[in-house]
Design a protein around this ligand. Structure first.
Ligand code: ZN
Length: 333
């Protein structure tokens, strides 16, 4: 069993603005903890840039060209998404790390891995940057897996925000099952329970919109009652996770009550699922997470899980999460 973490110094050169929560300090905190408390048996790798072909499976040419043309410049792409001179390179290396790590897992060269990238990706749409995201890293990774021969890819998004860009990329298709839990109503506004995909993809988008305050036990109920049964029935060839950590109880943007043990339990559930259906092929990709201690401790706990530690959810899910689960299951029929 081989676990690899991929990151790159170039990710620190993406600076979204002074006081912006999506800061280089996020990766510095993660790397600091992984250095001071190493996880045994984990390999470390560096990123390669995404190819134009990999990017244009997800984004239109004009969006890719716009981001690349702004290399070396400062630019404001939407109200909360900015580029600095190093951002285009960082975005290329973020999408490339996501794709390459996924290809290495799909091929069996690695068992699993974690791409510790910036900028994040799940809000980026086909034709535009959005919500701190320039390229949709997880969508690029899913397309890379399909191009390499995977028939079915699960993308599970546990970031506290809905992964609108990822959902829209795959909503009309059944070769990618998109499952998301997120605070709702909340940024970006999408992710209602009745958004279940359309056309050939109807039933292949699963949204669990949640009220604020959900804790580890509540997330456990979402995973056990919704995500795991659906994913087991789907039998993916590889499992990709949009791993944001802004549902952490200390996060300044999210309103949830999840701890690092809860995130480890989510990772452990996905690892068990992958072991059952696809030889353990699992890739985590960093999305949000803005409390530096909560983020770094949660990432560290997930890396321990990838390398072999197991963690389970506590009991005691609330009535409020049961209602949210029931609504998702009603919409699935
Ligand atoms: Zn987020």
């Amino acid at each position: 069993m081989t676990t690899r973490i991929v990151s790159d110094p170039a990710y620190l050169q993406h600076i979204a603005g002074p006081m912006h929560p999506e800061s280089p300090g996020r990766l510095r905190a993660i790397q600091g903890l992984l250095s001071s408390t190493p996880v045994q048996g984990v390999q470390h790798g560096v990123a390669r840039p995404a190819t134009r072909t990999e990017l244009t499976r997800v984004h239109d040419d004009a969006h890719v060209a716009q981001v690349l043309a702004l290399s070396g410049q400062h630019a404001q792409l939407d109200s909360d998404t900015a580029m600095s001179p190093g951002s285009a390179d960082a975005a290329l290396l973020a999408a490339g790390a996501a794709a390459e790590l996924t290809l290495q897992v799909v091929s069996g060269e690695l068992t699993n891995g974690f791409a510790l990238v910036r900028p994040p990706g799940h809000h980026a749409e086909r034709d535009r940057a959005m919500g701190f995201c320039l390229f949709n890293n997880v969508a690029v990774a899913a397309e890379a897996a399909l191009a390499a021969g995977a028939q079915r890819v699960l993308v599970l998004d546990w970031d506290v925000h809905h992964g609108n860009g990822t959902q829209h990329t795959f909503a009309a298709r059944r070769d990618v099952l998109f499952c998301s839990s997120h605070q709702y109503p909340f940024y970006p506004g999408t992710g209602a329970a009745n958004e279940i995909g359309h056309g050939a993809g109807e039933g292949y988008t699963v949204n669990v919109p949640l009220p604020g305050g959900m804790n580890d036990a509540d997330y456990g109920a979402v995973f056990h009652d919704v995500f795991l049964p659906r994913a087991l029935a789907y039998r993916p060839d590889v499992v990709l996770v949009s791993a944001g950590f802004d549902a952490h109880r200390a996060d300044p943007l999210g309103g949830m009550d999840v701890t690092e043990r809860g995130f480890a339990a989510m990772a452990s559930a996905m690892k068990s699922l992958a072991e059952e259906v696809c030889g353990g092929k699992l890739v985590l990709l960093l999305e949000g997470g803005y409390d530096l201690d909560g983020l770094s401790q949660s990432v560290h706990a997930c890396v321990e899980v990838l390398a072999g530690r197991r963690e389970s959810f506590p009991d005691g899910a609330s009535a409020r999460v049961r209602e949210a689960i029931a609504e998702t299951l009603r919409c699935a029929r």
